[in-house]
Design a protein around this ligand. Sequence first.
Ligand SMILES: [Ca+2]
Ligand SMILES: [Ca+2]
Ligand SMILES: [Ca+2]
Length: 201
Amino acid sequence: MGDMMKKLILSCTLALLVFAAAPAAKAAIITDLVGDKDGFGLDSPIESGLHYLDYGIYWEDYRDPGEPVFTDNWYDGDKLWTHSYDISGITPASATLEIYIAGIADYVGWNANIRVNGVTVGTIIGVDGPHDLTNILSFNVPVYLLTGLDTVMIDVSDGNDAYTVDYSELSINPIPVPGAALLSCIGVGFVGWLRKRRILS
Ligand SMILES: [Ca+2]
Ligand SMILES: [Ca+2]
Ligand SMILES: [Ca+2]
């Protein structure tokens, strides 16, 4: 075993011990909610899988003052919004985007792509009616896309597709701190090893 490897193992073990001993070692899940969870702004909370028309009507704006235009508001076409959150000091392990929506992709050929920072993370394939079902959609977001200021777009293939969104929530699961410390330690060690082998100059 070379000296470099011994040093790497020693320093990574130390890093693990230090972080494992820290009381705040476990990182919390980060969530960012855009809009509010109030059943599309209607008085009755609506569960997923029900008919929107039993509770609200089409083309109606049910927003509270100051709410983003794409939520609790039934209208047609693409929708665009931003999730912002503090990503400093964490290493994301996985991320999920949850969107509660009613009335989208309700004809064959009317598909909708969900994009995060321009990259498609899911597609809703159009099926013929009913035209108003409520649906909680959940998409895995590749962690390389996360920046702390992420644009989400609902890109509908037919601009006449009208629908409403209750809320959008982005949840990020960080790698627990000891794991993140180990990863960065191995990364630093690997770069050192490459330099020593003159692979990197
Ligand atoms: Ca609301
Ligand atoms: Ca629709
Ligand atoms: Ca809402």
